[in-house]
Structure formats: C-alpha cells, structure tokens
Write a protein that binds this ligand. Structure first.
Ligand SMILES: Cc1cc2nc3c(=O)[nH]c(=O)nc-3n(C[C@H](O)[C@H](O)[C@H](O)COP(=O)(O)OP(=O)(O)OC[C@H]3O[C@@H](n4cnc5c(N)ncnc54)[C@H](O)[C@@H]3O)c2cc1C
Length: 414
C-alpha cells in the first residue's frame, strides 16, 4: 500500500478521466490518474505507419462547436481541416446544407431541402426538453420524404450513431445536429489522438498529478473515510475516487457501476485504402444509399487533411456498421467491390482494418433518463465518462469536469 494519500484517484485515462484530472489539479489538489492501457486517450487512438499513413481507430470527427474543447487547442492547430457541409450520395448527387438550392436534387424534392434548412433551426431549441422518440419518427413527423430519409438520413446519421435503422433517440439526434450544422465536422491533422495528447501534455505540466499507465484497477472499497484502489501496479489510498473507465469487465469488483445495467453498444469496422489519385474531388463524406450494402460511408481523408498520407498518396476510410467475421483479405475485396458498385473505380490498395467493438452506446429513446448519476452510493466515489452522458467527445469531456467538481465539493464539505 502506497503511503501517499491522494485527494483523488481517477480510474480511466480516456477524455473523461483526463479532463477530470485537469479540473481537479486546477485547484492544486493531488491527483493519481490510473489507466489500464499503455497510453492515455481511451477511444481516441491513432496509429501512424512507417510509410507515413495515419489511421484512427474508427472514423471519428470533431465539431468545432464543442464547447468543452479548450480554445488554446484550436489556436495551437491554427487552420482546422474541415469536411464540406452536406454529403455526396453515391450515384445520386450532392446534398449541400449551405447552399441547398444549388444541390442536385436527385435524392429528394425541393421540400426536403427546405425542411433540411428548417431542421437547423429546430435543433437549436428542441434538443433538451423535447419528448423523446426515434430519429426516424421525428424525421417522418417533420415530413421529409421517405426517399430522402432512405438515401440521405439513413447513411448520414447511420454513420454518426453506427445504426442505420434510425431507431435511436431523437433528442440525441437533435443535440448532435445542433453541434454539427453551424460549422460542420473536422479532422485533426495528426489524427484524432491529437486531442488527448494535447490534454495529456497540459496535465504532465502539473506537479500535483501522477499518471500511472499499464495498470488495471480491479477493486475500489471505502474504509475509515478513505477509498482504497487496488490495481496491477499496487494499491493506493485517496480521499475520493472518480471512476471514468466505463462498463469495463472489472465492474463486478470495482463496485460503482455494477448497479447500472449497460444499455448495450454499437460496433463498427473501418477499412483504410490508399490510392494515387483522390477517389472523389470534394471534401464531402460519400454516403452509400444502397440498402443492405456493406459500406455505409467513405471519408476522403486526404481531401480534407493531406497529412493523413505521405506526399502524392491519398487515403480513404470505408466504414461498415457492425462487425464482420470475414478475414482481412476477403473483407477488403468485398469492400472494394462495394465501392465500385457505388461508382468509384480508382485502383485501391488495402492498408489497415480496425474492428471497434463497443464503439458507442446504443442510445435508444429516453436513454438519457437512465444514465448513471455522477454520485454513487459509496461516499467519495463518483462516476464520469460517456456512460453518464452520451457517446461523444464533448460529453465525455464534460462528464469529467462535472465529476471533478462534485468530488471537489465533497472534499470541501468533508
Ligand atoms: C468508432 C468510434 C467513432 C466515434 N465517433 C465519434 C465522433 O465522430 N464524434 C464524437 O464526438 N464522438 C465519437 N465517438 C465517441 C467518443 O469517442 C467517446 O464517447 C469518448 O471518447 C468516450 O470517452 P470516455 O473517457 O468516456 O471513455 P473511454 O475513451 O472508453 O475511456 C475509458 C478508459 O478507461 C480505461 N479503463 C477501462 N477499464 C479500466 C480499469 N479497470 N482500470 C484502469 N483503466 C481502465 C480504458 O483503457 C480507457 O482508456 C466515437 C467512438 C468510437 C469508438
């Protein structure tokens, strides 16, 4: 048992855990951040290979409207590589949210495009108190044509929620739309891990913070006004604990989240292909309108951020919703065949495959009513992370900040 008593031990070094540590250490309190993996960042992970290609573990974008991302991060980046608003519907044309009347309207009618504009205003006010239903129901009630829902919303929202059924929460859909439509979505030049890397750097400058990686926590228990945390690297004592490690396999031992049933998860596959010429000429996401197709959408990464590939090369990411049993060779051939069916015949070289199990929470209507609260039944033990809010970069960061503030208040009143 370590002799040091930390003000807080934070379990899980994803965005929630890192942000909780940042907020806590702002107050000069001592923090121990314990992470099971060999790096911080959790679901925001990027690999780079020896040829100069950059691969995120699953296609992820950041919305510049996310208020929890520090402004200094954007200043450090300078120019932010953004996707163009709207999407290309493979074989059908372009939906441009900025200039809807310039769009090719082969996927819907002029009324759909007007309703799309209206949705931008509706999402501003109705994200919080709206009576929840499914995204499909709200789109139908908003009188979008079934053709437009099929060809645009199914693959577009399907790619965001990893669920093409549109049976997820309308409240969550409108919330995401509110972040998405003002400034669109962007990539980070060095890959999605650039965000946790930046936040971790800020953390490492704080002398009151200790980071312990490669150390899985398997027990949390309270005794004599302190909390004991048992991990692979040893046992620690702290005055409070923030569990930011999700519904992990160690839940049964690490009490706090055990009492909350998981809502279930959505998974995805992401396959990367290189080419000598860009697959498409624009910075739009390319959607696959075909029902039952393998590929849901293609992201032309290097059109948006050339630093995802070495000079002269192009990189795309094809996303499949759910997971596949086929091996890499077989699956990559099927994906190329699908991309050809979508109308793109550029020769593609398969580079990498990432299967992301438990990528996002299944966010069914009213899921937000049953997310675990920050405070647990154990005194001094708090929860953070997407499980307390929703699956998003902004909400994970926010949950960490809120849990830190709850723990700080607890320590003040103790
Ligand atoms: C494929 C994919 C696409 C996504 N797309 C987007 C997107 O485009 N935009 C967006 O805003 N959001 C997106 N998200 C959601 C977003 O990435 C997550 O909601 C967010 O990163 C979750 O952060 P977190 O800190 O709550 O959890 P996590 O990132 O899961 O962090 C939990 C951490 O706890 C650690 N841990 C687990 N058990 C233990 C233990 N017992 N002891 C110690 N450590 C432990 C884990 O190793 C991990 O580092 C996407 C997610 C995925 C996977």
């Amino acid at each position: 048992m370590s002799e040091v008593i930390y003000d807080v031990a934070i379990v899980g070094g994803g965005l929630a855990g890192i942000n909780a540590a940042l907020r806590f250490s702002e107050e000069g309190k001592s923090v121990l951040l314990i992470e099971a993996a060999d790096r911080l960042g959790g679901k925001l992970r990027t690999d780079a290979d020896e040829d100069g290609f950059v691969y995120d573990h699953g296609f992820q974008v950041v919305f510049p409207t996310y208020e929890e991302i520090p402004t200094d991060f954007w200043k450090m980046l300078g120019t932010v590589p953004k996707f163009s608003k709207g999407a290309v519907i493979a074989g059908k044309g372009l939906i441009d949210q900025t200039h809807p009347f310039q769009s090719l309207m082969t996927t819907g009618s002029v009324f759909d495009l007007i309703r799309l504009l209206k949705l931008n205003f509706v999402s501003k006010w109705s994200a919080d108190d709206h009576l929840d239903t499914t995204a499909r129901a709200i789109l139908t009630q908003s009188r979008f044509s079934s053709k437009f829902i099929d060809t645009f919303f199914e693959p577009f929202l399907g790619g965001i929620f990893l669920d093409r059924s549109l049976d997820f929460s309308a409240v969550q859909f409108l919330k995401v739309w509110r972040y998405l439509h003002p400034q669109g979505a962007c990539l980070l030049p060095q890959g999605i891990q650039q965000l946790p890397d930046y936040l971790s750097q800020q953390l490492s400058k704080r002398s009151s913070v200790r980071i312990q990686k490669d150390s899985k926590v398997d027990l949390i228990e309270t005794a004599d006004g302190f909390v004991q945390v048992r991990s692979e690297s040893g046992s620690y004592q702290s005055r409070s604990v923030i569990w930011a490690a999700g519904y992990s396999s160690s839940i049964d031992l690490a009490v706090p989240v055990a009492t909350y049933p998981s809502q279930g998860f959505k998974s995805s596959e992401c396959l990367y292909f290189a080419s000598n010429r860009p697959l498409v000429n624009s910075k739009h996401i390319v959607l696959n309108p075909t029902h039952g197709a393998l590929v849901n959408q293609i992201a032309p990464l290097t059109n948006v951020s050339p630093s995802y590939a070495p000079p002269g090369k192009h990189l795309i990411c094809a996303t499949i919703l759910g997971t596949q049993n086929a091996g890499d060779d077989e699956l990559s051939k099927s994906v190329i065949a699908d991309i050809q069916q979508m109308g793109y015949c550029e020769p593609l070289e398969f580079r990498r495959r990432y299967t992301v199990h438990q990528a996002q929470l299944a966010q069914e209507p009213y899921f937000w009513k049953s997310t675990p609260p920050i405070a647990t039944h154990l005194p001094g033990v708090f929860l953070a992370g997407e499980i307390t809010t929703s699956s998003s970069i902004n909400d994970a960061l926010k949950s960490g900040r809120l849990a830190a503030e709850a723990a700080l208040t607890y320590l003040k009143n103790k």
